[in-house]
Design a protein around this ligand. Structure first.
Ligand code: AGP
Length: 608
């Protein structure tokens, strides 16, 4: 996804812009550019490729003197990655310059209208329309021009805008795409996300939809779409740059895998008090919980996979019917949402377009929405009726690990709390589940000890073409995530299959030497799983098994076994996923790939 930054103050803007953009690299991009307002007016430099290219082109920014500027990293949506399509974009006389994160859905109609009025376009992007539309409406007042385009433009945008007539002002406006403002003693900043400004300030404003910001070097003014000044409170950001840096690990992904014990503990512990599960932010009494007739868990990617586990846990513990939906399907399938339904939107970034749209679909139908979100102040967090934050801290690697684990933890807490509130489990059983939950962080720490063993094994599969993951029940959910982790960072094709389903077709793909990872943590399904392992092994597969310690019998039917500590059968995903995360990581590392920024992917998919 694209990233925008902006700075206005007493310092040279270009180095600050480049630094800010480097902190947004995790969002995925294919080109970058900056615009700086200096003595000779606004200068724009942009380039395809990594940020390094732009840094070298501008000699670290020194070629662009000036103390006001905006910058952009582009993840192409309209128009191929190219210098001309890179942002910033500007109007004909370069008196208005824009950077944009989002998609203008009616840009073709607007473009045609502007062309009919003599406007000429140089790029294939939707963003360039904004520069000319601002030009069309601009009569000296930036705020007026901005509000006018807001009434005409459809789609999503977070914009940074410079006006040549207003050298001491930087404008920003938001609709659906994330935008924050940083206030510091050395000037003020805008950005798509907090890491871009943390080096300069911890005092951040989260901009809401249809809010406009005018920044000068020592003042920040907020407006609504009616050009009325509004007041906003800053949020003090608790985590620091250190947290957002690699902390000595080779990749963010490995650091974040190792941060899972703490992340899970930070998500669980504040909500377990005096032997009870206390989730104040839920905004629901036990009476409200007893009224719930159905739960939908809606998400994308790995967050969706936690929902597949969530279904087993909520239905198993609280006996509440659960539907799990891909957000991109939910939003268009006209779901049947009866009263007394709870929709849970799970999202690390809180900005995933499909998940945000699913949230809005549910709310539009009067359905209560709970967000399970990692990024404080993100769109999903703010638009949900209630939000249960996962305290994983900033997750930079595109492949999620610690956020995934905290999403599981959040759903465990909810399911156990719901089960107790509905009288499905006794006080004693509640105590047992809480005891099992509290052990998880240490058990995750224990499983991390398999790192070397997994790394050695992974190096045998760097040339693999197909790798399968199979499991039943929660182990199928674990397989889904294990498969995604592998393929998204190693580019090896992989499939997760409900083990009982393999024989209905896909088993035909198993041939000599095919690696099949069997996940067996559900004791009541061990025998069934062993039969499935025999099925694939007799067809030549090499079987890696992930199972509970003590299940030594599996060594008769597996070629390589990884054991996890015994825990409650509903919580095994939190442990079994660890070796699978490490497996994906070491295969990618062994192939010399960009583990943290895999090709074609972005950390936050804020477009459809
Ligand atoms: C997981 O490793 C992927 N990066 C991706 O599937 C991700 O989980 C998905 O895009 C959802 O993102 P979200 O949690 O920020 O909504």
């Amino acid at each position: 996804m694209c990233g925008i930054v902006g700075y206005i103050g007493d310092e040279q803007a270009a180095p600050i812009l480049l630094d800010g953009l480097s902190k947004l690299e995790y969002r995925g991009y294919d080109s970058a550019g900056i615009a700086v307002y200096g003595d000779q007016g606004i200068k724009v430099v942009k380039a395809t490729g990594r940020l390094k290219v732009l840094d070298e082109l501008t000699h670290g920014g020194s070629m662009l003197p000036g103390t006001t500027g905006i910058g952009h990293t582009r993840w192409a949506t309209h128009g191929a990655p190219s210098d001309i399509n890179a942002h910033p974009h500007f109007n004909k006389d370069e008196s208005i310059v824009v950077v944009h994160n989002g998609i203008i859905e009616n840009y073709l109609k607007l473009k045609k209208r502007l062309q009919s009025k003599g406007y000429e376009f140089v790029s294939e992007t939707d963003t360039e329309v904004l520069a000319h539309l601002l030009d069309y409406y601009y009569e000296g007042d930036p705020l007026e021009a901005i509000t006018k385009i807001m009434h005409r433009v459809e789609g999503s945008y977070a914009l940074g805008i410079l006006f040549r007539d207003h050298p001491d002002e930087l404008y920003a406006v938001r609709k659906d795409s994330p935008l924050i403002v940083g206030e510091s003693g050395d000037g003020n900043l805008i950005a798509s996300d907090v890491p871009a400004v943390l080096k300069y300030t911890r005092d951040v404003y989260f901009i809401e939809n249809e809010e406009i910001v005018c920044l000068t070097k020592d003042k920040i003014t907020f407006y609504n779409i009616d050009e009325e000044e509004i007041s906003k409170e800053p949020t003090r950001i608790g985590w620091d740059m250190e947290a957002a840096e690699k902390g000595g690990y080779e990749h963010f992904m490995l650091k974040e895998i190792y941060e899972q014990p703490k992340a899970v503990a930070d998500t669980l512990n504040p909500r377990i008090k005096d032997g009870k599960i206390v989730i104040d932010e839920l905004g629901m009494t036990d009476e409200d919980i007893r009224k719930i007739k159905k739960i939908f868990i809606v998400a994308c990617g790995s967050a969706y996979h936690t929902g597949v586990t969530g279904k087993y846990v909520f239905e198993g513990l609280a006996r509440i019917p659960v539907e799990v939906d891909l957000a991109s399907e939910f939003r268009y399938r006209n779901p049947i949402l009866e009263p007394d339904t709870l929709v849970i939107i799970v999202s690390q970034s809180g900005e995933t377009a499909d998940s945000l749209a699913a949230l809005r679909e549910a709310k539009a139908r009067g359905i209560r929405v709970l967000g399970i979100v990692n990024v404080v102040g993100s769109s999903i967090a703010r638009e949900a009726d209630n939000v249960m934050y996962t305290w994983a801290g900033p997750e930079i690697s595109v492949a999620t690990t610690k956020a995934y684990s905290t999403q599981l933890a959040a759903q465990y807490l909810l399911a156990v709390k719901f089960a107790h509130a509905r009288g499905v489990i006794t006080d004693e059983e509640l105590a047992g589940y809480i005891s099992d939950l509290k052990k998880l962080p240490d058990q995750i720490e224990l499983v991390l000890g398999c790192k070397e063993k997994v790394q050695r094994f992974a190096n045998r599969y760097l040339a693999a073409k197909d790798i399968f993951f199979i499991g039943r029940g929660i182990d199928y959910a674990i397989s889904l995530e294990g498969s995604l982790k592998l393929k998204e960072i190693s580019y090896i094709h992989s499939e997760a299959y409900a083990a009982g389903e393999l024989k209905h077709g896909t088993i035909s793909l198993i041939e000599e030497g095919t690696l099949v990872t069997a996940v067996l943590t559900q004791e009541e399904l061990y025998q069934k799983m062993i039969s499935n392992m025999v099925e694939v092994r007799t067809r030549g597969a090499f079987v890696m098994a992930v199972t509970n310690v003590g299940n030594q019998e599996v060594e008769k039917t597996a070629d390589f076994v990884l054991y996890i500590p015994k825990t409650n059968r509903y919580f095994t995903n939190s442990l079994a996923i660890i070796p699978l995360q490490l497996f994906g990581y070491y295969v990618s590392l062994g192939k010399g790939l960009d583990v943290d920024k895999p090709r074609n992917l972005a950390k936050s998919v804020t477009v459809e």
